[in-house]
Design a protein around this ligand. Structure first.
Ligand SMILES: NC(=O)C1=CN([C@@H]2O[C@H](COP(=O)(O)OP(=O)(O)OC[C@H]3O[C@@H](n4cnc5c(N)ncnc54)[C@H](O)[C@@H]3O)[C@@H](O)[C@H]2O)C=CC1
Ligand SMILES: O=C(O)CCC(=O)C(=O)O
Length: 437
């Protein structure tokens, strides 16, 4: 991580943006830091607090030996970055992917701090990642890798320290293995060490759908704000995993017309709308979305720039960049994924008047329901799905309003408003605790 100037300002960003290579533009850590600097500048953040909040507080790198099914031994590299514990235990998912990098995990950890602060839940931010290709690994290999990764992190995680959750290519089963491994080391079952677990072992009702539900709630709020109605609103979703499929299904249930779905190996388009229940059944039967009879095949890269009212990138980072931002035709960009838009693309979208619901607000439904799971585990009393969803809805609506109020008050776009709101809250707690002293 380069030791850049600690007092960069918007000017610096605007000047350098013109000359960034695509590699620099798509570095998630740089993207996070640029937004942080802009928001901190506008907040006139104290220089000391600036330094505290700009960098992660702890970065753990582990090398994980795993016996593979063919008898060989493989060593995987894993990370856990804890950006902040000022407002509570560090919180954030774990992803498995071949292109995981420390800069990516750093950025994702920082985004977790800001996200938890935007929705005002008592957590800091963390993220984990392991460089591996889960598509090429058996369940046994994934289980052994997960358990060993957990064992390597045993002193750093825990219900009061750092609480992992699912992210790309990890799921309820992964969380069950982590919970079990941690519990074996503690000599007792500790359900609240992770969230996103199966419901029968301490998971929360509603967590599986929660990120998509949050996305659908902020879309509803944006429509109200812009005087639009679900029935006359077309939607394109990129990514049909946990976040994308649940966003698409819930929006479709609410009457939105979902006209496009993109996956990494192909896309679907139907101007009259795609029946998402049927698509989910098709995917469950065939394992893929292509070949679905209710829509035409489409080019996955073109999908993002097709005309629609709401575009929901829900796959991965850096899909909207200087290369395609000027061709985006959506009225609303609702970021289901973390970091789908680069800082250069932000400026292009702002010039085009796109209403952006930034990731640290739009996809915060997942961690909010993770918070509910942690609370329920600790009291040993579980809420109904309706109770969970009602509480989630209240928080998402209030947070949407808070961000918009900041945007109006400080005359900034929604993303910088969300950062300002979050940094304000974390800085306040940091000063109050005096942990920088
Ligand atoms: N799972 C959760 O609760 C939360 C996830 N997120 C973020 O949402 C995004 C997606 O996460 P999940 O849905 O959990 O992961 P997932 O692994 O369940 O689904 C990701 C989907 O995107 C597809 N995909 C990957 N690259 C793609 C590309 N370039 N184009 C089109 N499709 C592509 C994959 O095939 C997969 O179906 C990530 O950015 C993650 O960090 C954010 C908040 C919470
Ligand atoms: O549920 C959680 O704790 C975190 C989910 C996550 O990784 C995210 O919001 O990016």
């Amino acid at each position: 991580m380069a030791e850049e100037s600690l007092v960069p300002v918007t000017e610096r960003k605007r000047n350098t943006m013109q000359t960034l290579t695509l590699e620099q533009e798509t570095n998630p850590w740089e993207a996070q830091a640029a937004r942080f600097d802009e928001a901190a500048t506008r907040l006139k953040l104290d220089a000391g607090i600036w330094k505290v909040l700009r960098y992660p507080s702890r970065e753990i790198i582990v090398h994980i030996p795993v016996s593979m099914d063919d008898g060989s031994i493989e060593v995987f590299t894993g990370y856990r970055v804890q950006h902040s514990v000022a407002r509570g235990p560090a919180k954030g998912g774990i992803r498995y992917a071949p292109d995981v990098s420390l800069d990516e995990v750093r950025a994702l950890a920082s985004w977790m701090t800001w996200k938890c602060a935007v929705v005002n839940i008592p957590f800091g931010g963390a993220k984990g990642g392991v460089i591996c290709d889960p598509k090429k690994m058996s369940q046994g290999e994934l289980e052994r890798m997960t358990r060993r990764y957990t064992a390597s992190l045993i002193e750093f995680i825990g219900p009061e320290k750092d609480v992992p959750a699912p992210d790309m290519n990890t799921n309820e089963q992964t969380m069950a293995w982590i919970m079990d491994t941690y519990s074996m080391h503690m000599g007792q079952t500790v359900t609240s060490v992770v969230t996103g677990k199966p419901v029968n072992i301490g998971g929360s009702r509603g967590r599986r759908e929660a990120t998509g539900r949050g996305v659908s709630i902020v879309c509803d709020q944006a429509l109200k704000y812009l005087n639009m109605t679900p029935e006359s609103t077309t939607v394109i979703v990129q990514g049909f995993g946990n976040v994308g499929s649940n966003s698409a299904k819930l929006l479709w249930d609410k009457g939105y017309k979902v006209i496009g779905i993109g996956e990494y190996d192909g896309a679907l388009f139907n101007p009259n709308g795609i029946d998402i229940s049927e698509l989910l059944e098709y995917r469950a039967r065939h394992g893929v979305i292509h070949g679905f009879p209710g829509a035409d095949a489409a080019d996955k890269d073109d999908l993002l720039t097709r005309k629609c009212d709401v575009l929901i990138p829900a796959a991965t980072e850096n899909v909207i960049t200087s290369k395609n931002a000027d061709r985006i035709k959506a009225r609303i960009l609702c970021e289901g994924a973390n970091g789908p838009t680069t800082t250069v693309a932000d400026e292009i979208l702002a010039d085009k008047g796109v209403f952006v619901i930034p990731d640290i607000l739009a996809n915060a439904g997942g961690v909010t329901t993770s918070y509910f799971e942690w609370v329920q585990d600790r009291m040993g009393y579980f809420w109904t799905e309706d109770e969970v969803n009602q509480r989630l809805e209240r928080i998402m609506i209030d947070s949407f309003d808070d961000v918009l109020q900041y945007a109006v008050k400080h005359e900034v776009n929604n993303r910088i408003a969300a950062y300002m709101l979050a940094i304000d809250r974390v800085a306040y707690t940091t000063k109050q605790r005096g942990i920088y002293a």
